[in-house]
Design a protein around this ligand. Structure first.
Ligand SMILES: *[C@@H]1O[C@H](CO)[C@@H](O)[C@H](O)[C@H]1NC(C)=O
Ligand SMILES: *[C@@H]1O[C@H](CO)[C@@H](O)[C@H](O)[C@H]1NC(C)=O
Ligand SMILES: *[C@@H]1O[C@H](CO)[C@@H](O)[C@H](O)[C@H]1NC(C)=O
Ligand SMILES: *[C@@H]1O[C@H](CO)[C@@H](O)[C@H](O)[C@H]1NC(C)=O
Ligand SMILES: *[C@@H]1O[C@H](CO)[C@@H](O)[C@H](O)[C@H]1NC(C)=O
Ligand SMILES: *[C@@H]1O[C@H](CO)[C@@H](O)[C@H](O)[C@H]1NC(C)=O
Ligand SMILES: *[C@@H]1O[C@H](CO)[C@@H](O)[C@H](O)[C@H]1NC(C)=O
Length: 213
């Protein structure tokens, strides 16, 4: 009697672990979301264009591309804070300018482009150019995201990225690099880990249901 009972319990326990494992895996796969790919595709400082001869111009024109690669998850962006620095070296750099892109909603599998211009500190921008006319700047990006998964939105999740942008003697990204652009990157892992928590929650629900069978 005692043997049969413990055998049944073992089988039940085994199937429970399998169910829990598969459910968690499925939930994790369907709920995890990738951060958007963010790229500086265009970056132009007319003041650094040697053929233009317009060193008094303090305009910076840039294009930011945001690529939501998630096939079934939309993204809500909070305002995107872009700061442009005169130097790739974080400990030496000074901010030349700042631009805020208003928050917006991006559908699943969609790309968004923002072409904007701002006035920057021209003294800092021109001081950084090498004798051959090229220069390297830094762009920092900070925002918060919520993912839309089926019918609900996730909580806010920080996205802090950075890249160095090289310009040639025309004050723009060299022609052979324009297609690729400069991808903004973070030091932190790229995946959103919230799915694991929900997987665990569903696993617990399964446990409760099994106990009432
Ligand atoms: C630089 O200035 C020249 C002369 O006006 C212009 O033809 C060229 O398109 C400019 N470069 C860029 C990258 O806009
Ligand atoms: C650039 O502009 C300055 C001042 O307007 C002028 O003296 C100079 O000749 C110009 N150089 C070229 C190459 O156009
Ligand atoms: C600076 O250059 C940009 C691009 O060439 C131009 O649109 C803008 O009008 C210029 N600004 C001034 C103050 O000349
Ligand atoms: C944008 O980022 C810069 C640099 O981190 C910061 O100084 C500034 O306060 C931020 N602006 C907003 C509106 O958060
Ligand atoms: C960045 O600047 C700091 C302080 O001046 C310096 O010690 C460091 O070597 C620099 N790093 C690079 C990669 O140039
Ligand atoms: C540009 O930056 C330099 C160095 O930080 C500063 O001394 C200067 O006042 C700034 N110019 C403007 C127009 O803000
Ligand atoms: C210009 O000079 C800088 C520093 O000396 C160098 O890193 C860069 O490769 C040069 N660019 C070109 C196009 O020669």
């Amino acid at each position: 009697m005692a043997d049969r009972e413990s055998g049944g319990c073992c089988r039940c326990c085994f199937s429970f672990i399998i169910t829990l494992g598969l459910t968690s895996l499925f939930m994790w796969l369907s709920l995890r979301a990738d951060n958007p790919k963010c790229t500086i595709k265009h970056f132009y400082l007319p003041a650094l264009n040697k053929t233009l001869n317009d060193s008094k111009n303090s305009t910076l024109i840039f294009e930011l591309k945001l690529d939501n690669g998630n096939k079934d998850k939309g993204i809500y962006y909070d305002p995107i804070n872009l700061t442009f620095y005169d130097n790739p070296n974080v400990s030496q750099s000074l901010p030349m300018g700042n631009f805020i892109i208003p928050g917006f909603r991006q559908g699943q599998n969609k790309k968004a482009k923002r072409i904007e211009s701002l006035e920057v500190n021209r003294t800092l921008a021109t001081a950084r150019a090498f004798p051959n006319g090229s220069a390297v700047f830094r762009v920092d990006m900070a925002t918060e995201l919520r993912f839309r998964i089926m019918f609900w939105k996730t909580k806010r999740h920080k996205l802090i990225l950075r890249t160095n942008v090289e310009v040639d003697s025309e004050g723009a990204i060299p022609k052979d690099h324009q297609k690729k652009g400069f991808r903004l990157k973070s030091g932190a892992p790229e995946h959103w880990g919230g799915g694991a928590q929900i997987g665990l929650f569903v696993g617990l629900m399964v446990l409760v249901l099994l106990n009432f069978r």
